[in-house]
Structure formats: C-alpha cells, structure tokens
Write a protein that binds this ligand. Structure first.
Ligand code: NCD
Length: 323
C-alpha cells in the first residue's frame, strides 16, 4: 500500500496489523527515549489547508518519534492563502524532496487528487478531506476501543458502538463506520434526519433517531462535533433542543454500562453535543484518544514509509524490543 486515503484502502488484516504495531510503538512513547531511528533522513510534510490542533500536532509528534524531518505547512501564512493551487503547492513539495505528504483539505477528494496526480511521487496520507474521510482518526478510535474492551491481535466482534451527532458534515463518522464494521463491531448512528447524509442507508451500520434507546447495551459512545463552519442553514431548531435529544449529559452517562467508554474526536462544543460532566467524567477517554493518536500515526507512517511488506508490519517488534 502506497497511500492512506480511505479506510477502504485497508484490509481487515492490515487494519489489525496497524493497531498491533501502534500498541508496540506506544512503548516508545511511554519510554524514556521516545524515539526510534526508523525514518531518519526522510522528509514528511504536514500540509494543512484547514484548521487542526490534534491531528497536525499528533502527526508531527509521530514523525519526529520515528526520527523523520517534518515540515509544517498550513494554508494561513503560506501561498495557499494567496490562491496558489494544489498542483503548484504539490510541485513545490516535490521539489523539496518530500517522501510523504499528510494533507488536510476542505475539499472532499483532495487527498485522492494528490495521490492520483503526477505532481509528486511520495506517499499521501489523508488527514481529513472535507466531509469525506479521516482514516487515521478512525484507526485511533478503534485502537482506544480495543485497548479497553478487547485483546491485542483481536478484532472488535460484538462490541456495540453508538456514534451520535452531525454525521452529515463528519468525515470521522464515515471512516469510523467503515473501520468498526470491518473489525466486526455493531455500529449505530444516531442523529436527527437533517444531519444524516443521502445514501447513509447503504453504510454498514444501523440508524436510530432515539439516543436513549440506542444507548441500551452500548460499549462505547462516540460524540460528533456540530460542525457549524460547514453549515450554511439551520439543521436543527435550536441548540437547547439539540442537546436535549442528541447531547450526552451526566444522566445519559449514568445509564451506561460501568465499562462503557465516552469518546469525542475533539474539538468539542461543550454544552452543545456534550456536557462538561460527561466530557470530563470517569468514563471519558477523550484525552487518551489524543495520546493514542500519536502511536497509531507512528504505525501508519511506519507502514507506508519503512518499507515493510504488506500485512507484515510487525517487524517493529524487533526495533522496539531492542530499546
Ligand atoms: C475532526 C476533524 O477535523 O474532522 N477532528 C479531529 O481531527 N480531531 C472532527 C471535528 O473537527 O469535529
């Protein structure tokens, strides 16, 4: 595999191999050295044409922990904000010898466009394209669920995940449904009908309009941000009503199983899709999702750049073991 553009690029075995590798690599992040020499001499560009905190910093930390050189390139402060095209930007990166580009872009399909082009020869990793996909987020979410609720090397068969909120504008939702279903989880999307995309019936999940009903027996509840920046019209009558029907609050958390996880990819609209007590409570793994993101992104970079044969990226055991 050369690029990571969509969860559809990964087989089930490759997805599990990434999670297993990330688990080994977490030992690097937790250890005193925090660095492996694997990608020494390689150049990785973070090309962010949309705002990001966690994803950009986490890819940067991941690349640095594998000893790559990292160039951060965001739309604000670069020639993209002067109207430079993706093609000219990509050719500039090629001229600088980028081995991989991690791209976030407002246009769905931008990462695919870059990968299909002859503008640059390196690996392309999709860090979020419009409302389409965000595969590394789905992998870190699956990693977090597996860490708490399943065993290493295993899939997520029988684990019930409820994903709630603005599915229409969320790339996280699509990637998560595809990956969690691939791993055998039982996924339910909960949203008002206005926040579900056309064609959602064909996704490998159930759909519910009743949050409390969907929460019965849930192992993990993943809240989605209401993406106000992508909304040009009103999709729900008012914020208070949205929170009442689709927000996660302390009472809903209390109704969960004792082992259930509360998740959110961040950034959160506290008080809208999630209350502070739910976000900061004992069941919340929201901060842990961020730290798991570094190990998972290390595993992705390792798989794409360290030249490991497909489906066999466990060679990292040897490197980590040698620490
Ligand atoms: C998500 C994104 O950018 O798609 N955030 C993230 O990557 N951590 C979700 C969001 O912005 O709501």
């Amino acid at each position: 595999m050369k690029h990571l553009l969509s969860i559809n690029d990964l087989s089930k075995a490759e997805s599990i191999a990434i999670l297993d590798t990330a688990q080994e690599l977490a030992r690097v992040s937790d250890g005193p050295m925090k660095k492996l020499p694997t990608l020494r001499g390689r150049t990785i560009v973070n090309l962010f044409a949309e705002d990001s905190t966690r994803t950009r910093i986490s890819f940067e930390a991941a690349a640095k922990r594998l000893s790559a050189d990292v160039i951060n390139f965001s739309a604000k402060g670069s020639s993209i904000s002067k109207g430079e095209s993706l093609k000219d930007t990509a050719q500039t990166l090629q001229a600088m010898g980028a081995d991989a580009v991690i791209i976030r872009h407002g246009a769905s399909g931008a990462a695919q466009r870059l990968a299909d082009s002859k503008w640059m020869s390196g690996a392309v990793i999709n860090a979020g394209d419009g409302t389409h996909e965000h595969p590394s987020q789905a992998l870190l979410d699956a990693f977090t669920i597996r860490k708490h609720l399943a065993k290493s090397g295993e899939d997520l068969t029988g684990i019930k995940v409820v994903i709630v909120g603005d599915v229409l504008h969320s790339r996280v939702a699509r990637s998560n449904v595809l990956l969690l279903a691939k791993l055998g989880a039982d996924v339910t999307l909960v949203a008002p009908p206005t926040l579900l995309p056309v064609g959602v019936e064909s996704w490998p999940c159930k759909i519910s309009y009743d949050f409390d009903d969907a929460l019965v027996g849930a192992d993990a509840v993943m809240m989605l941000r209401i993406q106000l920046e992508r909304m040009s019209e009103m999709f729900f009558p008012n914020a208070r009503e949205y929170s009442r029907y689709f927000g996660l609050n302390g009472d809903r958390v209390k109704s969960l199983k004792p082992t259930a996880l509360v998740m959110h990819p961040g950034p959160m609209n506290r008080g809208l899709e999630i209350t502070a007590d739910a976000a900061d409570g004992a069941r919340s793994v929201i901060v842990e999702q961020v730290s798991n993101g570094v190990s998972v992104r290390m595993a992705i970079l390792y798989m794409l750049l360290a030249g490991a044969p497909e489906g066999e990226i466990i060679g990292i055991n040897r490197e980590v073991g040698a620490l």
